[in-house]
Write a protein that binds this ligand. Sequence first.
Ligand code: SAH
Ligand code: SF4
Length: 391
Amino acid sequence: MAPEPIGPLARTPEEWAQALAPLGGRAFHAKQVFRWVQARSVLEPAKMTDLPAALRAKLETLDLPRTLEIAQERRAADDTRKLLVRMKDGATVETVLIPGVTGPKGKLPSPVQDQAMEAGDDEDDDDPPQPQAGEEPVRVTQCISTQVGCAMGCIFCASGVAGLKRHLGADEIIAQVLAGRARLDPGERLSNVVYMGMGEPLANYDATARSLHLLTHPDGVALSARRITVSTSGLVPEIARLGADFGGRIGLAISLHAADDETRTRLMPINKKYPLPVLMEALRAYPLPARRRITIEYTLVAGKNDDPAEAKKLVKLLRGLPVKVNLIPMNPIAASSLGPPEMRGVLGFQRILCDAGYSCFIRRRRGDDVDAACGQLALLGARPKVRVNRA
Ligand code: SAH
Ligand code: SF4
């Protein structure tokens, strides 16, 4: 699949300078455009009031606002918002705004925590909620997509069952954040971004990496790298690349879902290419800063990977690695009869990991009533390629 040309929304200030020079723009104009777009989500040149009128007129021809449109917004009872995003070619993905558990609403009781806490929730968090309750903004985590569909074919995942349609461009990835931030409620602040929507971010490495550079650019969205988490099914060469390109500062989440190769290959075909010993080696080599941990995601699927014996294997497999474990009871999907274990089984699985000394959380499902929870970001109207049965 040929890489997308770099859309104007994904330009760095330096690239804006190059692009604007033939139009008579100066270097400081480039910085102004970058700030309007990336720091303020203003895409209409007419509103870029500090630019010369002639330059604004020329920017109009780029049609920046057309990169994507929010075709639909659905709000769940817990205030999670699912935004259906439509790109120029009509392809759709989803992005989800998840209000956090800090701020006026207070912390959720342990052990059941919140998916919004996927990133930046280590004990070394240097941005704790302020003491004056009721005044601090509600921190919102945005979950973004990187592909239309996904080629990885994990059997419990709606995106995987749909198959890969195409990569998103870096402009389409960053545009989700710009549009999401523009739609925050009063009193909310975008605090974290997680690459956990539709698609495998590391299978679309160049666009993902460019979007990470833009999100962390000090004149743009200006998120700290440790407030961003890239979740991967385990593409070993790209894990190394991400570690090298960003010095290990981007949060890493690994969708593990099993502690032995046989079980993992049954759930995730990618395990044939990068089996557990190779994957664990890549995790050990990830240049994680001090006191940071890799997130291990383990979707519990009844009868497939939820046996206490699996938990014990997991204890052994993860030994010596700086990790925290998120257990996610599988969200049922239309294309499969697979489902979550009973809560008793989930708690038993968690107990084994906790007793072995791991930080282990059960992730509360957010936005279930609008299908916004993990793994339910299916292609709208797409027919599943396969039907998966429990047997
Ligand atoms: N492709 C990447 C990121 C997107 S999936 C990855 O696999 O890591 C984000 C997370 O949701 C992954 O951990 C994935 O395994 C999990 N997930 C997918 N389908 C799910 C489902 N039906 N129920 C619970 N978690 C699911
Ligand atoms: Fe793709 Fe992740 Fe879904 Fe697997 S879990 S099919 S890698 S989106």
